[in-house]
Design a protein around this ligand. Structure first.
Ligand code: GCU
Length: 622
């Protein structure tokens, strides 16, 4: 009996045991996807391109007519169970789907901008790709890695369930060494982007709920034991001591890993502990620190037996002291802008390649920015790696947005998992200086407890960066023009940040001139959003809302208002580009777009762009 035949029997036995366990416990018997950060740096084959797709609004491929999950059933029906990906065995057999003759969808990409019938679609879409058996050398392992899939993905290979993943903006993977078949392999993914009360994000967002396999899919090959994760950080800008760790999957105590930073003449060998982890620190001479002006990156390599990874890494420190923010020990002002992971030109949709990501960052640089707030969820890893190269500091955020289901433990677990995956993915990005825990969340005991727990987790995962969250301000009762930021969450973060829309959601731009601030924290203050809508090309008096002149005036009035804030270390206006939102329906003006961009959805700069550009030039002393 062949190796693959033996393997198939083994898999069915394992599956049967899991189903029995599920019957007894009710907890999904299927694997929750893993996140192995350094798979990104291993040799891989792309599975991007055209996949076949089935739109399944009633989830018939996932639930049977009794609404029980087909993949939990003992003998799922060949006729309706899409992930089996079968063909009729003979002319008489009933099979009610056929991927081969189903329409394509491109991967990576959202489905909404690929087919008109999917523009507003929220539900399940089945993706199928076939690929030939990849050759594996003896002992080699193979993983299937997804950059992200919005929102829930159920993944099947050759009719077997690999597992599932929830959360639309972080990477996940499955080991498939044992599931690969000789000949043609069938990979089927059910992606469902339905919003839910207990979801993260939850039911209500001011961005388009793009669904699909929105980021890259790759087959990654590794040796039996391989470099799974690594961390590097600079202890202090004075000592120039670099510390870190490396995790070898499958290793035990006393195994050697070699670390090399050629440009620094650094080569050292470290030994793993019983969990396969090795820690290290070493002093460097003539280390050039990473700064926005000089974003110096060093090629860092790890070698473990036949396995080798190399990554460009920058070294810098970021910290606060009282109301000041220090990069490499120097006070810094964050000249920022907010960005959504959307590229409205050429059909629009999610950023799904490095050129679109780069264009967004180059526009931010043209604006005079040294900082971007990537809102409101982790953007693709290309974006943060580009920010490393381009010298742009980054605020990265998990989609704990507006009214999350605070008392729901599954919701907390979900948020914590997304935070963990975000930090583990981008821990070595010099550009990222702030992890943001949330955006505009209503103060309540349950909420603050939820976010305080998330803050503890973030500090446990990464003690080298700052924490923040976009909080809210309110007018002081009885003193209309006094704006206060008073939030119990402030005690758990390093940078006190808030969104303000004075002159747009509250009053008119002239109101900015009357405002005073009360922010009772001995911490740096950052304004994480301000702005107003303007339809590019609509001109009129500055008192006329929706015109470029109104937006321009709003910026002119807001900047001096913010300059009055004691402890202000920067801001990121809302937003670089107009972006799609189902909440924005004003005909002829919004037409499905939030128009607060400084650049229109056609890529045209609005008048306010130049007001901010001028301000940032002055701030940068140019
Ligand atoms: C909010 C929110 C954004 C939203 C913006 C707006 O503050 O954080 O997601 O798009 O305001 O209303 O335009």
């Amino acid at each position: 009996m062949s190796f693959f035949a033996k393997k198939n029997i083994l898999n069915s036995v394992v599956r049967l045991l899991c189903l029995v366990a599920f019957g007894m416990s009710g907890v999904s018997p299927f694997l929750r996807a893993e996140n192995i950060p350094d798979l990104y740096l291993h040799d891989s084959e792309s599975l991007n391109g055209e996949w076949k797709s089935i739109i399944d609004p009633y989830d018939s491929g996932f639930y049977d007519y009794r609404y029980s999950e087909r993949d939990l059933g003992k003998n799922p029906s060949r006729a309706e169970t899409f992930y089996l990906d079968v063909k009729p065995a003979d002319v008489g057999e009933r099979v009610e789907y056929d991927f081969d003759t189903s329409p394509p969808l491109n991967v990576p990409g959202d489905w909404n901008t690929q087919r008109p019938e999917l523009f507003y679609y929220e539900g399940s879409v089945w993706y199928r790709l076939t690929f030939p058996e990849p050759s594996l050398a003896a002992g080699e392992r193979m993983f299937l890695r997804f950059g992200a899939a919005n929102y829930r993905a159920d993944v099947y290979l050759n009719g077997q369930k690999l597992g599932f993943h929830t959360g639309g903006f972080t990477p996940f993977c499955f080991e498939i060494t044992r599931q690969i078949h000789a000949g043609t392999n069938s990979l089927v993914v059910r992606v469902n982007n339905q919003r839910s009360k207990e979801g993260v994000p939850t039911l209500n967002t001011d961005w388009w709920n793009y669904g699909g396999l929105t980021r890259e899919v790759r087959l990654v090959r590794t040796p039996a034991k391989f470099i799974a994760d690594h961390r590097l950080w600079l202890e202090s800008e004075n000592s120039k001591i670099i510390s870190g760790s490396v995790q070898i999957a499958g290793a035990t105590a006393g195994e050697s890993v070699e670390l090399t930073i050629g440009e620094l003449n650094q080569r050292l060998t470290v030994k793993t502990d019983s969990r396969g982890k090795a820690s290290f620190n070493f002093a460097t001479t003539n280390l050039q620190l990473w700064t926005p002006e000089h974003p110096k990156l060093y090629d860092v390599s790890f070698v473990f037996g036949p396995d080798k990874i190399t990554e460009p890494v920058g070294f810098r420190t970021i910290r606060t002291k009282a109301k000041q923010l220090f990069l490499n020990g120097q006070p810094i002002f964050l000249r920022g802008i907010c960005i959504h992971e959307e590229f409205p030109l050429n059909g629009g949709g999610r950023v799904n390649n490095v050129n679109k990501a780069k264009q967004l960052l180059l526009w931010a640089k043209e604006l005079g920015c040294n900082f971007v707030r990537l809102a409101h969820y982790p953007h693709n890893e290309e974006m943060t790696r580009l920010a490393d190269q381009l010298g742009i500091m980054v605020w990265s955020e998990v989609p704990v947005y507006w009214t999350i289901d605070w008392s729901n433990t599954n919701t907390y677990q979900n948020a914590e998992q997304q935070l963990t995956d975000e930090i583990r993915r981008d821990a070595n990005r010099a550009s990222i200086i702030i992890w943001s825990l949330a955006n505009e969340t209503p103060v309540s005991e349950a909420r603050t407890k939820f976010l305080a727990q998330l803050a503890t987790k973030a500090r446990e995962l990464d003690g080298t960066r700052l924490l923040s969250a976009a909080m809210e301000r309110h007018a002081k009762p009885g003193a209309e023009n006094v704006n206060v930021v008073q939030d119990p969450l402030a005690q758990f973060v390093d940078v006190v940040a808030f969104n303000e829309y004075i002159g747009w959601y509250e009053g008119l731009p002239a109101k900015c001139g009357e405002v005073r601030w009360e922010i009772p924290y001995d911490k740096p203050v950052f304004v994480s959003e301000f702005g107003g809508d303007a339809r590019q090309g609509l001109h009129g008096d500055k008192s006329q809302r929706w015109t470029e002149e109104f937006q321009e005036d709003l910026y002119r009035q807001t900047l001096p208002m913010l300059d009055k804030i004691d402890g202000l270390v920067g801001f990121s206006p809302w937003i670089l580009m107009d972006f799609r939102s189902p909440k924005r329906v004003l005909p002829g003006i919004q037409d499905g777009f939030n128009r607060k961009g400084l650049i229109s959805s056609d890529g045209v700069k609005k008048k306010a762009f130049f007001v901010l550009q001028d301000y940032y030039r002055k701030r940068a002393g140019q």
